[in-house]
Design a protein around this ligand. Structure first.
Ligand code: ATP
Ligand code: MG
Length: 553
C-alpha cells in the first residue's frame, strides 16, 4: 500500500499542479547547499522535504552545489555534504550538479539582458551602491552609469570577464526600478569582480554571479519544477521571476517555507564555523554540534531525523522547535532497535560472600523486539554496581540498596548488604553482601519481593571503556539572539568518564554500533576516539525513565 503523503501547503500546491498538468505531470526538486560549511539539522529538514516530495510523486531530486562564491568554499565541504545527503538516504542518483559549471551559460544570459537594455555595467563601489539604494520609505538614486549604451555595456562586461579591472571596481546590474517598493528590485547586482581562485574553476573566472542572479538560472537549466527555499527569500521571489521572464526561459516556481530553528543550539554556518575554529568543540562532527555529521557521531539515525522532520512539519511562519522533540525522535527509534545491555558508569565493588564459582544467566536483548533473542551473562562472586544505587543514609522512598536492605540484581538474584567497607578517608570501597540462592530470576522458587532492581556487571569479565555524557551545548534557549552568544556555552556540555565497566558481549563492537545501557540511556561507539585497546561510548540520549518499576522479575 502506498504510504500516505504528508499534508502541508507545499503538497497542496503540487497536487493542484498535477491536476492542472502545469508541468506535464513532472515533479523535480533540488537541494542547493553552498559548500561553505558542513550541513546541519536545518539542512536535513530541507533535504527530507525536497527528497520526500520527489519520492512521493515519483519525481526527481538533484543535489546541486551553489558554488558561486569562491572565497569561502572548499572541497572538504563538498565531500562532507555528499556523504551526509547519502547517509540520509536522499537519492540523487547521478544528478549531482555544480552551479559553477553553468558560469558560461549564465554569462551568455547576462549578455542577452544587456542587449535588451536590461542590464548595465556600473562603476559605483559596493559602498556607494548600498548608500544610493534608498530605504523602505525613500526611493533609491539612479546610478550615473545607468544609461550607458548597449555597445558600451557589452564592451565593458567583456573586459570585466577578461580581467582588465581590479576586484570590486565594477559590477553588472539589472536595470529595473530604483523606486521599487521592493528593495531587491532596485537595480540589483548580478556580477561582481573578484580576482579569486575557485575550488572547481581555478582562475578561469574573475567575475562571479550573485545568488539572486544565479539561483533561478540554475533551477531553470536543471528543469526544476518546484524551487523550495526558506522564508527570507520571499522578498527575492519577484526578482527570481523578473530574471526568468526577461530572458523568456523555462521558469520554475519558487515556494518558501519556514526554516527550522532548534532550541539550545545555533544553526548559522558562520557561528558553527566559529565554534570549530575557536576550539569550543572538537570539529564539525563533535557530537554536541547540530551538524548532520555531529548527530551521526552522536548516535542519531537517518530514520530519527526523517521522523523529526515529519514531526516538525512544514510551516509558513518561523518558530523555535524544542530540542526535546529531536530527543523524542531518536528515543523512539532506538527503543525499537537498540540491544539492551548492562554497563556500570560509576562503579562500586560488591563481594557476594556466600557465592563461589560462576554461572551463566539468561538476559533478554530487547523486550520491544522478540526476534532480538537472549544472551548469556556471567555471574561471579565479585561484581560492580552503580555507586548511586547504594545509600548509607537513604532518603524516604529510596528503593535500591541500603545497609541491611535487599535489592534485586537484574536477571540474577536478590542480594542483601551485610557490611560497608570504607577506606581511611571514609569513602566506601566495597559492599559485602549475601545472595539468596532461591531467588534466581525466572526460577519461580521463591516469591520474595523487593522494591528495586539494579544493573550490575561481573568484575571478572566486564571490560573497561570510556564513556562520554553530553548535555546541551548552550545554557539558553536562543543563543543566537544574544550579542555575546559565546558566553552562553554550557561548561558542562561534555562529561568524560574514563573508566566505566561494560558487559563483555560488547567487546567487539564497531564504531557506530548502538546499545541501550539499561537505566542509563542509549549509547553508540564513537567513530573518532575508539581504539582496539579502548572503546569510547557516546551517550546519544537519556532514557525517559528507567525500568525501576518494571515488572517481570
Ligand atoms: P546558513 O544560514 O546556516 O549559512 P544557508 O541557508 O546559507 O545556511 P545553504 O547552503 O544556502 O545554507 O542552504 C542550502 C539549503 O538549505 C537552502 O535551500 C536553504 O533554504 C536550506 N536551509 C538552510 N538552513 C535551513 C534551516 N534552518 N531550515 C530549513 N532549511 C534550511
Ligand atoms: Mg544560503
Amino acid at each position: 500500500m502506498e504510504k500516505e503523503k504528508p499534508k502541508n501547503f507545499i503538497y497542496e500546491i503540487i497536487d493542484e499542479d498535477i491536476r492542472t498538468n502545469k508541468w506535464g505531470g513532472r515533479v523535480h526538486t533540488r537541494f542547493p547547499p553552498e559548500p561553505n560549511g558542513y550541513l546541519h539539522i536545518g539542512h536535513a529538514k530541507s533535504i527530507c522535504l525536497n527528497y520526500g516530495i520527489a519520492r512521493d510523486y515519483n519525481g526527481k531530486f538533484n543535489l546541486r552545489f551553489d558554488d558561486t562564491n569562491p572565497e569561502k568554499e572548499e572541497t572538504e565541504y563538498v565531500e562532507s555534504i555528499i556523504e551526509d545527503v547519502k547517509w540520509l538516504g536522499a537519492d540523487f542518483e547521478d544528478r549531482i550538479f555544480y552551479a559553477s559549471d553553468y558560469f558560461e551559460q549564465m554569462y551568455k544570459y547576462a549578455v542577452e539582458l544587456i542587449k535588451k537594455g536590461k542590464a548595465y555595467v556600473c562603476d559605483l563601489s559596493a559602498e556607494e551602491i548600498r548608500k544610493t539604494r534608498g530605504t523602505l520609505t525613500e526611493p533609491g538614486i539612479e546610478s550615473p552609469y545607468r544609461n550607458r549604451t548597449v555597445e558600451e555595456n557589452l564592451d565593458l562586461f567583456e573586459r570585466m570577464r577578461k580581467g582588465e579591472f581590479p576586484t570590486g571596481s565594477k559590477t553588472l546590474r539589472a536595470k529595473i526600478d530604483m523606486a521599487s517598493p521592493n528593495l531587491n528590485l532596485r537595480d540589483p547586482v548580478m556580477y561582481r569582480i573578484l580576482h579569486a581562485e575557485h575550488h572547481r574553476q581555478g582562475n578561469k573566472w574573475c567575475i562571479y554571479p550573485t545568488y539572486d542572479w544565479a539561483h533561478g538560472l540554475e533551477d531553470s537549466i536543471e528543469g526544476i519544477t518546484h524551487s523550495i527555499c526558506t522564508l527570507e527569500f520571499e522578498n527575492h521571489r519577484p526578482l527570481y521571476d523578473w530574471f526568468l521572464d526577461e530572458l523568456g526561459i523555462y521558469h520554475p516556481q519558487q515556494i518558501e517555507f519556514a526554516r527550522l530553528n532548534l532550541s539550545y543550539t545555533v544553526m548559522s554556518k558562520r557561528r558553527l564555523l566559529q565554534l570549530v575554529k575557536d576550539g569550543y568543540v572538537d570539529g564539525w562532527d563533535d557530537p554536541r554540534m547540530p551538524t548532520i555529521s555531529g548527530l551521526r557521531r552522536h548516535g542519531f539515525t537517518p530514520e530519527s531525523l526523517w521522523n523529526f522532520a515529519e514531526l516538525v512539519g512544514v510551516a509558513k511562519r518561523d518558530a523555535m522547535t524544542d530540542i526535546a522533540l529531536l530527543e523524542f525522535a531518536i528515543r523512539d527509534d532506538l527503543n525499537k532497535r537498540a540491544r539492551r545491555v548492562m554497563a556500570v558508569l560509576d562503579p562500586i565493588k560488591v563481594v557476594i560472600t556466600n557465592y563461589e564459582g560462576e554461572e551463566e544467566l539468561e538476559a533478554i536483548n530487547n523486550p520491544e523486539d522478540s526476534s532480538a533473542g537472549t544472551r548469556k551473562i556471567k555471574f561471579t562472586k565479585e561484581l560492580f554496581i552503580e555507586r548511586a544505587d547504594f545509600m548509607e543514609e537513604p532518603p524516604k522512598g529510596f528503593k535500591r540498596l541500603i545497609p541491611g536492605g535487599e535489592v534485586r540484581l537484574r536477571y540474577a538474584y536478590i542480594i542483601k548488604c551485610d557490611e560497608v567497607v570504607k577506606d581511611g578517608n571514609g569513602n566506601i570501597v566495597e559492599l559485602r553482601c549475601s545472595y539468596d540462592p532461591d531467588t534466581k530470576s525466572g526460577s519461580g522458587k521463591s516469591n520474595k519481593k523487593v522494591k528495586g532492581t539494579i544493573h550490575w556487571v561481573s568484575a571478572k569479565y566486564a571490560f573497561n571503556a570510556e564513556v562520554r555524557l553530553y548535555d546541551r551545548l548552550f545554557t539558553v534557549e536562543d543563543p543566537a539572539s544574544k550579542e555575546n552568544w559565546l558566553d552562553y556555552i554550557n561548561p558542562q556540555s561534555l562529561n568524560i568518564i574514563e573508566n566505566a565497566y561494560i558487559e563483555p558481549s560488547l567487546k567487539d563492537s564497531k564504531p557506530g554500533d548502538i546499545f541501550q545501557f539499561e537505566r542509563q540511556g542509549y549509547f553508540c561507539v564513537d567513530s573518532k576516539y575508539s581504539t582496539p585497546q579502548k572503546l569510547v561510548f557516546n551517550r546519544t540520549v537519556t532514557l525517559k525513565d528507567g525500568w525501576a518499576k518494571k515488572k517481570g522479575e
